[in-house]
Design a binder for this molecule. Structure first.
Ligand SMILES: NC(=O)c1ccc[n+]([C@@H]2O[C@H](COP(=O)([O-])OP(=O)(O)OC[C@H]3O[C@@H](n4cnc5c(N)ncnc54)[C@H](O)[C@@H]3O)[C@@H](O)[C@H]2O)c1
Length: 457
């Protein structure tokens, strides 16, 4: 099938590459010329395991191309996927300007029937706004070209995006019940048929329910994390081990093991903004989502937990102290630092007068870019950051190590070397990577999240 992907970011590039891999003829559009240049020169603008090979293979086979040519992109695809960003607006609602601009571009140039697919995460009711934008553009040209707007939210996880796209748990598609909607449903059925060979994974529903499903999923996952973080903080007070509690409740099939890890807060491009946008949607209808308000507040507090633990341990005196941070990305296997907890910790340490050495396996370049923005008001603080060349290099002469991202490479360090390099053997583990009893045996002062009962035995 002829497919156009509008927006060649995380979601768009993965979607385009995977659909090309299945034999479709894919045109990826982006307004960012530098991104398109990187792709056309054989590079990949993001870090995503397995993606580079798929893109290279399908480019060589002529099944995927990258361009900034809007008219050509509209002409190409019978199915037009909108996969542009939906960042939070000032009031927390999803900013739809990129989605609506993409819709208008389609309306400007389309001549025949198009299925327009909202793959971006968009608030309930957006398909109607996309339809209105298309209709307005068609009216300007007095065109009678037909279309149907479909909601097909994306559930891939950064770091496992290719695997998630190729082997989805579910495919959610919302179509309307008009004749055009029926036509769109049939085309989407054909497009996704290869994913349903083993068993049917598609959930067909109305457009608004599909739009809502994406927010409900992210809100549920964020809720589980904040729930466990809140309990972890209580566990620290009452003398319980949150990891034991996690196993104890996760074994209940009604609860399950996933997304029950206590830590130093969730970040990334999705959970924070999607929770906020859902709250904002509710406010538009005069409702207040009490649970989600709390989920957000707990998370904001949790991002400060490492900084607060460090301040407490060092009697609020960080001037002249030096710390190592392992992990800057918001989670492993990505270089994405949007809303990453590392940024909050770094801010707390630097603004308290400490110096810091940071290390992340893939997001060092992104870190330099992001920290310049974070400290635009105090650029002198940038001089207090050292970019280390390895995890061990980061430790030299540090008063403590703080772990923010659970990269596999951090899980089994050489503890003898670690102790030798640190000025004193102190670890603040924001992801509970290590066993506190083992740390005690090794003579390492260990501060986990919700594990103080074991740490101070
Ligand atoms: N990143 C994720 O893990 C993930 C997962 C599921 C859903 N989503 C959702 O998917 C959407 C895209 O997210 P992302 O992380 O891929 O964003 P991104 O910022 O990585 O990519 C968006 C791209 O769209 C381009 N763009 C903007 N306006 C355009 C236009 N008019 N025409 C063509 N290109 C345009 C931008 O230049 C950018 O390259 C968001 O709504 C997000 O919430 C993201």
């Amino acid at each position: 099938m002829k497919i156009t992907i509008i927006g060649t970011g995380y979601v768009g590039l993965v979607t385009g590459a995977c659909l090309a891999e299945l034999g479709n003829d894919v045109f990826c559009l982006d307004v960012d010329q530098s991104k398109i240049d990187i792709l056309n020169n054989g590079g990949i603008p993001i870090h995503e395991p397995g993606l580079e090979e798929i893109v290279a293979r399908n480019r060589a086979a002529g099944r995927i191309r990258f361009s900034t040519d809007i008219e050509a992109s509209v002409t190409h695809g019978d199915v037009q996927f909108i996969a542009v960003g939906t960042p939070p607006d000032e009031d927390g609602s999803a900013d739809l300007k990129y989605v609506l601009a993409a819709a208008r571009n389609i309306g400007k140039y389309m001549t025949g029937f198009k299925v327009v697919v909202d793959k971006s995460t968009v608030p309930v009711g957006t398909a109607d706004r996309v339809s209105a934008a298309l209709r307005e553009e068609l009216a300007v040209r007095q065109s009678h070209a037909d279309f149907s707007v479909v909601s097909n939210p994306e559930f891939l996880k950064e770091g496992a995006a290719v695997e998630d796209f190729m082997r989805p748990d579910r495919i959610v598609i919302g179509c309307d019940s008009s004749a055009q909607g029926d036509k769109a449903r049939n085309m989407m059925k054909k497009l996704y048929a290869p994913f349903n060979r083993n068993h049917e994974r598609t959930f067909w529903m109305d457009v608004r329910s599909a739009e809502f499903t994406k927010y409900a999923a992210n809100a549920m996952l964020a809720t589980r994390i904040s729930f466990m973080n809140e309990l972890a903080n209580l566990a620290d007070h009452v003398g319980a081990d949150i990891e034991a509690v996690r196993h104890g409740i996760g074994s209940d099939p009604r609860i399950g093991h996933s997304f029950l890890y206590a830590g130093c807060g969730y970040g990334g491009s999705c959970f924070p903004k999607d929770v906020q946008a859902l709250e904002r949607t509710a406010q538009d209808y005069g409702l207040n989502l009490l649970i989600l308000n709390a989920v957000e507040a707990v998370n904001a507090r949790q991002k400060q937990i490492l900084g607060n633990k460090i301040l407490k341990r060092f009697d609020n005196k960080l001037v002249g102290k030096h710390f190592a941070i392992w992990g800057l990305a918001f989670k492993p296997n990505t270089d994405d630092m949007r809303a990453a907890s590392s940024r909050v910790l770094l801010g707390e340490l630097l603004r308290s007068g400490a110096t810091v050495a940071v290390y992340d396996p893939v997001s060092m370049a992104e870190a330099r870019r992001v920290f310049e923005l974070d400290f635009y008001d105090a650029p002198e603080l940038l001089d207090a950051i050292r970019y280390a060349s390895s995890p061990m290099d980061a430790l030299d002469q540090a008063d403590a190590l703080a772990i923010v991202t659970e990269w596999k490479a951090f899980r089994s360090p050489d503890f003898d070397q670690l102790k030798a390099r640190l000025k004193q053997p102190v670890i603040f583990d924001g992801r509970n990577l290590f066993d506190p009893t083992v740390m005690n045996e090794l003579g390492i002062e260990y501060h986990g999240i919700g594990r103080s009962v074991l740490t101070h035995k």
